[in-house]
Design a protein around this ligand. Structure first.
Ligand code: 2BA
Length: 148
């Protein structure tokens, strides 16, 4: 009964435009940047993982502190010199969660189970911003418990 009521709620089918962090405010790197640059952006921004874009702002993948550290691990030590020799494209993960701007809350919620953020694109695949797991939870909490 509760499940049926929830499933018929209109908010599940609403699009998420108002929750998106726009591209200008998203920390990101380009695929031809050095790993050193990417690590600096990650450390300075405080994020664990950020999107990788190409020159035309198209999405290429995700780079994270863990991927960078893994790529410079030698057998017995961390080989910091490798930070200059590798590019972001050498170690990034090209699998990433994407959703069109017109995508619904329920699709976003399902994607957020395994992804801390979802990359939002327009109909041509151009990157427009990110939708974070926390913004989805804030929205859900408002719809379920705070709206009268
Ligand atoms: P994480 O970096 O692992 O961050 C996990 C959560 O920690 C964030 O959840 C946020 O609640 C908090 N947090 C981390 N760094 C923060 C900071 N500098 N300022 C404020 N809060 C911070 P979410 O907000 O749901 O973000 C989920 C993931 O989305 C983040 O995971 C990060 O990978 C990415 N992200 C969020 N905002 C971003 C932005 N402006 N640019 C690039 N990536 C972003």
């Amino acid at each position: 009964m509760i499940r049926e009521t929830l499933k018929s709620s209109t908010f599940l089918n609403e699009n998420m435009k108002s929750l998106i962090i726009p591209i200008e405010k998203v920390a990101h790197v380009q695929q031809n940047n050095s790993l050193e640059h990417a690590l600096l952006v990650l450390v300075k921004s405080g994020y664990t993982a950020i999107p990788v874009l190409d020159r035309d702002s198209k999405l290429n993948g995700v780079i994270s502190k863990a991927l960078i550290l893994d790529s410079i691990l030698g057998l017995e030590r961390i080989e910091l010199d490798r930070l200059h020799t590798f590019k972001v494209s050498d170690v990034m993960n090209s699998k990433l969660a994407t959703l069109k701007m017109s995508g619904t809350f329920s699709k976003a919620l399902a994607l957020s189970i395994n992804n801390p953020f979802i990359c939002m694109t327009d109909d041509d695949g151009a990157f427009k911003g990110i939708l974070t797991r926390s913004s989805l939870l804030v929205y859900l909490n408002q719809e379920l418990f705070q709206k009268k």
